[in-house]
Design a protein around this ligand. Structure first.
Ligand code: NAP
Length: 289
């Protein structure tokens, strides 16, 4: 297929590499052009403007946040796009913006699919993302081969794009709560002289197995926060968006409020570009360690 891809950050770069490997033609655009060079070497066509990428059979976007989406997918870009184009937005954005984008695209005859992903940049590079897709069924059918190139499983949630986004926000809230609790528990045991790695080994081999507790637990035990696979500032964005979505349906999420403050603490201390596991550092700092 003839594909456009907008946003070649940690996630987008790996996703494009897998689409290229699957034999598709890809036009790529990134605000900082130097990030496109490795993909050009792998066969992508680098274009100079988002409008040049926003064409073909389908266009995927993987930008940072709502602000980036609003800047790039402005009225002019949508107005000049071909009718019938499918735009698949895979970034983690707000429920409100997902609703706005769905109606703005529909008004211009462009198909809009929300397909946020579970899995970090290493999972994206391995083509093993879990994709949560919502939007028009025929559009999802057409882009399924691309999802298959990027992910291990696509969950189809229905026709309302924003429902895929709220699932992603709920999942990331749970991730944030898990990492916060790991950080607090690890700080508790070390206060009593226990080696942090011993604690992580005990809990992950028994009651808390799996990639979240193992991956983040080991990172916290080793105080390994760089290179970031998932940046704390992006985690903060997601917990804020979960709280905003909760506010819209009058749903108290007290744990989310606590984790938001911990992530703000990390970002305020200059650790926004470090890994989410830096929540372990926040807990340690609160205990003056
Ligand atoms: P990233 O490495 O920070 O990349 C962000 C991308 O957005 C870059 O292409 C960046 O361009 C672009 N961008 C930011 N502001 C922009 C603006 N105003 N105008 C145009 N482009 C702009 O982030 P990432 O880790 O790839 O994450 C991308 C999305 O995936 C986010 O929504 C994130 O929440 C979600 N996600 C991330 C993970 C993860 O583990 N990393 C996992 C699942 C989902 P430049 O290169 O010019 O800065």
């Amino acid at each position: 297929m003839d594909i456009g891809f907008i946003g070649l950050g940690e996630m987008g770069a790996g996703m494009v590499a897998n689409i290229l490997k699957a034999g598709h033609q890809v036009r790529v655009w990134n605000r900082s052009p130097e990030r496109a060079q490795p993909l050009a070497d792998a066969g992508a066509q680098v274009v100079a403007t988002p409008a040049e990428a926003f064409a073909g059979d389908a266009v995927f976007s993987m930008l940072a946040d709502d602000a980036a989406m609003r800047e790039v997918f402005n009225a002019t870009l949508l107005e000049n796009a071909a009718r019938g184009l499918i735009h698949v937005n895979m970034a983690t954005i707000s429920v409100t913006l997902a609703e706005e984008l769905a109606s703005a695209h529909a008004a211009r005859g462009i198909e809009y699919v929300a397909a946020p992903v579970l899995g970090r940049a290493d999972v994206a590079a391995a083509g093993k993302l879990t994709i949560v897709a919502a939007g028009p069924a025929e559009s999802i059918d057409r882009v399924q081969p691309l999802f298959d190139a990027m992910g291990q499983k696509t969950w189809r949630i229905g026709s309302l794009p924003q429902q895929a986004n709220v699932i992603k926000l709920a999942a990331n809230f749970m991730l944030a709560a898990a990492v916060e609790s790991l950080g607090e528990a690890a700080t508790l045991v070390t206060g009593h002289g226990v080696a942090m790695q011993d604690f992580i080994d005990v809990i992950t081999s028994g009651i808390f197995p799996g990639p979240v507790y193992q991956g983040y637990g080991n990172a916290i035990a080793e105080q390994r926060y760089e290179p970031a696979l998932f940046k704390a500032r992006l985690g903060l964005k997601d917990v804020r968006l979960a709280l905003e979505a909760a506010d819209a349906v009058m749903t108290p999420m007290p744990v989310a409020s606590v984790v938001r403050d911990s992530l703000m603490d990390a970002v305020a201390h200059g650790d926004g570009d470090k890994d989410f596991a830096v929540l372990g550092e926040v807990s340690a700092r609160r205990a003056a360690r």
